[in-house]
Write a protein that binds this ligand. Sequence first.
Ligand code: 5GP
Ligand code: MN
Ligand code: MN
Length: 318
Amino acid sequence: MDITLSQAAEIIKSSDNIIITAHINPDGDAIGSLLALAIYIKDCGKNVTCILDDDIPEKFNFMPNISLIQKPSNIIKSDLLIVLDSSDIERIGKVAQMVQAPILNIDHHISNIKFADYLYLDADAAATGEIIFELLESQKCKFNKDIATCLYTAIATDCGFFRYANTSASTMRIAAKLIEAGVSPNMISEKIEKKSLENMRALIKALESLEFFLDNKVGVLSITEDILNICDNTEGFIDFPRVIDGVEIAILFKCVQDNLCRVSMRSKSVDVSSIAKIFNGGGHKRAAGCSILLPINEAKKLLIDTIAKQMKNGATDV
Ligand code: 5GP
Ligand code: MN
Ligand code: MN
């Protein structure tokens, strides 16, 4: 059921034991939104448990209360499960089976499949963190430095530090308020954008794989096992084909098993969330992802052929 933000606030208020989760392969928005909401709910005197079915990338260790996040271990009953930044129940991994509670989903993905008992969706929000800011502000929350740091990280990471098309005047206003609450933007960007030596070496190898398709409108990086053996964190690699003049869609294929590829897409003019949906994935018009159950070369051919057809039909124009 679609609900308003004030209804979401009421549902939270009327629950005493709350579990919060977010999507696997967590990014700054998933972790930042989760922690900010957890700190607020805890400060309201309620029981809050943070569960995430994945490892937390080391670069997020600076975030306040990061140690609150646990992996799911046994089945728990609760008053409410809040699912953040996730458009699909499969995105929360095992948490879906481990927690027995009504689900409140707060999200900003246009591809949201409306799986929850209660859904607050704002596809115009640059990040789920923006929605959490509005939710907390509507409840007269005092934004302390910890909450502000989590929300700033959530918002800044999802809008490419205020560069992507989802950056709005409201995004900037919220960021300004968070800075007034004590956030240090340079500290956060240093922590998030920091790269290890291995990561750089993997990037050099990944760039050697750069290929172009469909009149150079599609730029592709292929992350094979040898690259993942150097470093398995490939975040940000897709920005290299993305910024090439003439490239409309950047794609990163990551070979996670012999017959399984993770795919990330970024676009300037094409709705890649609709392409990801064809492969049971999702995301936003300009940033989406999916998994394809094929070896990397076959997955590449299938996806490029699908994009060619979609572009020819004009089905994916934004
Ligand atoms: P990324 O390429 O950074 O992994 O993901 C880009 C966007 O697409 C993010 O908003 C992410 O949540 C979404 N996304 C990535 N992979 C999937 C997927 O397999 N399923 C769904 N529903 N969304 C995805
Ligand atoms: Mn996310
Ligand atoms: Mn997000």
